[in-house]
Structure formats: C-alpha cells, structure tokens
Design a protein around this ligand. Structure first.
Ligand code: FPP
Ligand code: MG
Length: 331
C-alpha cells in the first residue's frame, strides 16, 4: 500500500497529543490577543468564551501515530481549521442576528454588524496564515483548503436561498448541512490524516468519517433547537424557524401532515404550532434515524482503518460525542 510522506523531519517535530492540543489553544489565544491594536479589542472579546475545539481535536485524533504523537504540522492545521470555524461563527451570528454564542454576548451584538463582518474576514486571513506555516509544502497543497472554504460558503448561501422554503426537500437540506458543517469536519479529518502520514486508503476513510461526524453534529444541533434550553445550549434555541431556517424535524412534519403544511403556507405559524407538529410527527425521532444512518456509515469507514491504528477508540469516542449518545438516546 502507498504511504505518503511517511517521514517527518527536524523542521516538523513530534509532540504528545495532550501537549499538541494545549499548543493549538495557546496559538489561537496568542493570535487573537496579540492581533494588531486596531482589531485587538474585538478579537480578544472572542477569547472570553472558549469553544469545545472539536474540529482541532478531530485533526489531532486523525493524525495520531502509534506512540500517541502528532507532528507540528497537525498543530498548525488544527489551529487554522479552528480559526476558520470561528470566522464562520462570527459571520453566522450576523446572519442569524444572534445575541449569545458560547455563553457570551456575540461580537455583532457587542460592537455592531459592520465591525463583526470585518473581524470575520480578518479571522479568515489568520486561518490562511496559520495554514501556510505548514512545514511540508506537499501536504499543504494536498489539503485543498480553498475548496473546503468554498463548500462552507456555498452551504450557507444555499441555506439563505432556501430561507422560509416550506417545500425544502430532504435532499437539499442534506446538501446544505453537508456544506455548512460537514465540509469543515471532513477538512479536519483529512488534514489530520495527511499530516499524520496515513496511507492513501486511510486518508479516504478519514475523510468519510469526518463527513459523517459533521452531518451528525448538525443533525443533532438541529434537534437541540427543539428540545434544549438556552442555558444548556449556551446560545439561542427555538430560533431556527424564527430565522426562516427549515431543519429536518420540521421538514418531516411538513411532509407528513398535509393540513399542517397548508396552514403553514397561509402565513406565520406560532412557535407552539411548530413544536406541536414536530412532536406529533416525531420529527426528532426521524432525525435520530438519519443520525443513526450516518453513525453506521462512519463505523463502516472506521472498520477500514488499519488494526494497528490505535486512534480507533478515540475516533469512535468523537463519533459518540457527535451523536450525543452519552446524553440523549432518542431512537
Ligand atoms: C452555524 O450554523 C454556522 C455554520 C456551521 C457555518 C456558517 C458559514 C458561513 C457564515 C459562511 C462562511 C464564512 C467564512 C468566514 C468563510 P447554525 O446557525 O445552524 O448553528 P448555531 O445554532 O450554532 O448558530
Ligand atoms: Mg446560527
């Protein structure tokens, strides 16, 4: 089997997973708080609330070698992907007019939408700079980062175009979340596998796993909008429908209840009516079935990883976290 760039040189030192994870967090914090004075206050605001760093964790997990070590390039890719994610959240909060993110007031609420747009753009430049620091230039090129950024934007645009579309199909909904969320998870697992010098076959498996985990994350997040409190989610809930965003639990209700759909087409539904229709059609149960499908697909790809790959258990733990099997078993 082909091995790509198996050796890492002195310019790409190896670190223990835990140290690498800390280094990712430090590099991001340093980049935000040490940014040029003119933007420093705004970017420092983002450090008040810590995210879960799941995408960075994914890069490092896919990069692990048999000694639980990762190369410095994995740290660079993890920091870049996490900062790109942050950029997309800053922009998303403008689009959704959200006031709360990760338990803190959003940049757009605190400093205004224009400032937030520019800060999101600046964060994107920061992500690009971090990624260009990758030592192994062949790996850097093979990551096809611009393609993933493009997919992220097109997913979000597709969601916007379909705002308030009560005829939204399952296919288009899946295409939207595949772009806006799963693309970045795929990029994270891909970057981890490439910087971890996995075989070409394993790289392909990691990409599939990343895609499935991303789909599961968004499907679960769309369920949370219906069945969690703001305190639990640390961000607004029951807000997707109010923002015109039609998600799978509601799509299922619209497909299954003709009278509800015709009532919806006549004008504004109340939140209570939306919740009631989703409950009656078991929209959350249906979404959970989809989650289970992506879970099985991911498990199939995980089984393709080599037996000696000791990161398998950690990849399964990430998958379970995405599906929130530890918190909520719905189907
Ligand atoms: C959160 O979705 C948003 C995303 C997953 C992606 C947003 C992408 C963009 C705004 C375009 C790309 C931007 C850049 C800078 C390249 P959500 O609103 O469903 O989740 P939430 O409840 O966490 O807000
Ligand atoms: Mg949002």
């Amino acid at each position: 089997m082909t091995k790509i760039n198996r050796k890492t040189g002195d310019n790409n030192p190896m670190l223990l997973f835990e140290d690498a994870f800390l280094q990712v967090k430090n590099e991001i914090e340093k980049a935000l708080t040490g940014s040029p004075l003119i933007i420093r206050e705004y970017l420092s605001h983002l450090t008040l609330s810590q995210g879960k760093y799941i995408r960075a964790f994914s890069v490092l997990t896919a990069s692990l070698n048999a000694d639980r070590m990762v190369a410095d390039d994995a740290v660079k890719a993890a920091a870049a992907i996490e900062v790109l994610h942050l950029a997309s959240l800053v922009h998303d909060d403008i689009i959704d007019d959200s006031e709360l993110r990760r338990g803190s007031i959003t940049l757009q609420k605190q400093y205004g939408k224009k400032t937030a747009v520019i800060c999101g753009d600046y964060l994107l430049s920061l992500a690009l700079r971090m990624l260009s620091g990758i030592n192994e230039k062949e790996d850097y090129k093979s990551l096809r980062f611009p393609d993933y950024v493009g997919r992220l934007c097109l997913g979000e645009l597709n969601q916007h175009i379909n705002n308030h579309n009560l005829d939204l199909s399952l296919y288009t909904y899946l295409k939207i979340i595949s772009g806006k969320t799963a693309a970045l998870f795929e990029a994270a697992f891909f970057a981890g596998a490439v910087t971890g010098k996995k075989t070409e076959k394993e790289v392909e498996s990691y990409k599939k796993i990343g895609h499935c985990i991303g789909m599961i994350f968004q499907l679960s997040d769309d369920c949370l909008d219906f069945d969690t409190t703001m305190l639990e989610a640390q961000k607004p809930v029951q807000s997707d429908y109010d923002n015109g965003v039609i998600t799978l639990p509601l799509i299922h209700a619209l497909h299954n209840d003709v009278s509800f759909k015709s009532h919806a087409q006549k004008g504004n539904l109340t939140r209570k009516e939306v919740d009631e229709a989703v409950r009656k059609s078991d929209g959350l149960g249906f979404t959970r079935i989809m989650i289970n499908r992506y879970y099985s697909k991911a498990m199939k790809a995980i089984k393709m990883l080599s037996i000696e790959n000791n990161a398998v258990a950690e990849v399964i733990a990430l998958l379970d976290k995405a599906a929130r099997f530890d918190q909520k078993k719905k189907a």
